[in-house]
Design a protein around this ligand. Structure first.
Ligand SMILES: [Zn+2]
Length: 319
């Protein structure tokens, strides 16, 4: 297989077997998360009913109780659910809304209306192997790339945020470059067709050639770079878009500060993350969602796909 050309970085897709294995592990983990959530809910209900003088049905089972409180540390919604419960007694609320849903808890006590609003934010657009960028998704772009960058622009808001972030990093003595940003769908089409042609030339049939090509270059509209919100970042100390970027001062700085400027690490490290994103760890690929959204997403501990899915479920509860 050929080395990817420098015009684009390669997303290494997981093989089908890898995806299957990781999905199984993810399913096992999900059961754990749901169990923990139910325990947190039980604790919250127990807390409310305790205040109302009712017997606390489930909070007194000590193994469950201790498990629930330890899981509450990693579940940001847990404390706000308990607070919401205590400040708004269930009796004064309609029955349906007295107990926050698991999705609401996962999202820090968000309401279905807030979830719908966040989903409608163009900065929250989901683009991945399974979800094509909407055809009516339009935006203005602005240059913010380094001298050596191939694709120098991002959506204007994201470019301004990147430039502010770059200046802040520089003030801390850290150089961050934007190496590859917005790629038009037509540019992506060219990349994809060229790659497909290479496989056709090797004698593969059309369907196989397209599938093999898709393993190297995202089909048009399926790359997050098509929406102008994805930025491949590097630094003078490490210019390659490779995993070694994680050992740079630039990456350390980004890990600490990117959220303040609205960027999240889109393809995090680890099998759980890779099972969800279906992309191997990319310390260089950062996604602009805006500072407020970035803080919410990071606080949830969910990966972007999971966050969107949870928002959709919560929004549907208000419909
Ligand atoms: Zn990228």
């Amino acid at each position: 297989m050929q080395q990817p050309s420098p015009q684009y970085h390669r997303h290494r897709h997981l093989t089908r077997a890898e995806i299957r294995r990781r999905r199984t592990r993810r399913a096992v983990r999900r059961v754990g998360v749901i169990t923990a959530l139910l325990m947190v809910l039980a604790l919250g209900v127990g807390f409310v009913s305790g205040r109302m003088g009712l017997p606390a049905a489930s909070a007194d089972s000590s193994p469950a109780g201790s498990l629930a409180s330890s899981s509450a540390v990693t579940t940001p919604g847990a404390s706000s659910a308990a607070n919401g419960g205590s400040s708004a007694p269930a009796a004064s609320e309609p029955a349906a809304s007295s107990t926050p849903s698991a999705e609401s808890i996962l999202l820090g006590g968000m309401t279905p209306e807030e979830a719908a609003e966040m989903l409608a934010d163009p900065l929250m657009v989901l683009v991945n192997h399974h979800t094509q960028m909407p055809e009516d998704y339009t935006f203005d772009t602005k240059e913010c790339g380094s001298a050596t960058a191939i694709n120098k622009t991002l959506q204007t808001e994201a470019a301004d945020a990147f430039l502010a972030m770059q200046a802040a990093a520089a003030a801390d003595g850290v150089t961050v470059w934007m190496q590859s940003g917005y790629r038009s769908v037509s540019y992506q089409t060219t990349l994809y067709n060229n790659k497909t042609q290479q496989y056709l030339d090797q004698g593969y049939d059309e369907a196989t050639a397209r599938e093999l090509a898709a393993g190297i270059v995202n089909p048009p509209g399926y790359s997050e770079h098509n929406c102008g919100l994805a930025a491949d970042l590097n630094s003078p100390e490490f210019t390659a878009l490779e995993e070694g970027f994680e050992n740079t001062a630039a990456f350390a700085w980004l890990t600490e500060h990117a959220e303040e400027y609205g960027f999240i690490l889109r393809y995090p490290k680890g099998e759980e993350a890779e099972a969800v994103t279906e992309i191997t760890y990319e310390p260089w690929h950062w996604r602009y969602v805006g500072p407020e959204n970035a803080a919410r997403i990071n606080a949830s501990g969910l990966y972007f796909e999971q966050y969107i899915e949870t928002l959709q479920k919560l929004a549907a509860q208000g419909a």
